[in-house]
Design a protein around this ligand. Structure first.
Ligand code: FAD
Length: 241
């Protein structure tokens, strides 16, 4: 049995206590939580986080897990959306010692158990589940099975950019030119099919995560690169996600 077929079922509500908070510019907050009665996750899974006001009002949202299953803390990375109810609260108010209601790990489809040759394609904060996959791949020596492509407007809008680079991920910036190893420059642009073709060679599965527009765009270029649609697994973070 592989880690994918042994996926834990979604647990009931538990408590996550914030042990570390890092605010990354105006855009992101990284939370590391100690989760009571924690069930190990499979990379790609997420938690539902519920905020509860003193008057009993609640608001809940899904957040992918960035940490390796072996990490004693669960790491979440939240993009702060303008007027976003939960993301703004986490970005502006959350502090060490806070307790949030959590349910998870959740997800049986968008998971990678370390055995299937795969390509991950992320837009912006859609990179979070792939960070868990990369960390798991590094720990288990399965990096050759997992290729990662990440896209963002600017480098400072791409969470975990340093870690992605050190993993060897292909990064495509859409509004910033990038120096390439051969001394030339990648002109700011969306990922184009010619960039995906060599990365898709030999894969059996593709994971795509990002906004609604991003996943639809990437679905198209994966098709052009010869990836079968039934090999593509999608997670949408956008308003209709
Ligand atoms: C399985 C899953 C995993 C997710 N993982 C992550 C994660 O790891 N990190 C993360 O930051 N988010 C993640 N999300 C998105 C997250 O659940 C919330 O939707 C997001 O934080 C916005 O919630 P909010 O309460 O701040 O905004 P809301 O108050 O719900 O919305 C505020 C405004 O922003 C719009 N909006 C809502 N969501 C988005 C969006 N994602 N992009 C652009 N506009 C939006 C709404 O239409 C509205 O106009 C995930 C979603 C899913 C379904």
């Amino acid at each position: 049995m592989t880690a994918e077929t042994q996926q834990p079922v979604a647990s009931s509500w538990t408590t996550g206590t914030v042990r570390e908070v890092e605010r990354i510019g105006d855009n992101f907050v990284r939370l590391r939580l100690e989760v009571a009665d924690r069930t190990d996750h499979v990379p790609g899974q997420h938690y539902v986080l519920r905020l509860r006001a003193p008057d009993g009002y609640t608001a809940q949202r899904s957040y992918s897990i960035a940490s390796d299953p072996d990490d004693p803390l669960v790491e979440l990375l939240v993009e702060c959306l303008p007027r976003g109810e939960v993301s703004s609260f986490l970005h502006e108010v959350a502090e060490v010692g806070d307790e949030f209601e959590l349910r998870g790990p959740i997800g049986r489809w968008f998971v990678w158990g370390g055995t299937t040759p795969s390509l991950c394609v992320a837009g912006g904060s859609g990179v979070v589940p792939f960070v868990s996959m990369m960390r798991y791949a590094r720990r288990t020596g399965t990096e050759p099975l997992l290729r990662v492509v990440a896209s963002a407007q600017h480098r400072d809008k791409l969470p975990y950019a340093d870690e992605l680079e050190s993993y060897g991920a292909f990064i495509a910036l859409t509004r910033e030119n990038q120096p390439l190893p051969d001394g030339s420059e990648r002109v700011a642009a969306h990922i184009y099919p010619e960039e995906i073709v060599p990365l898709a060679d030999g894969i059996e599965r593709a994971y795509v995560c990002g906004s609604v527009g991003f996943v639809s765009f990437v679905g198209r270029i994966l098709g052009e690169a010869g990836v079968r649609s039934d090999a593509v697994r999608v997670e949408q973070f956008g308003p209709t996600g």
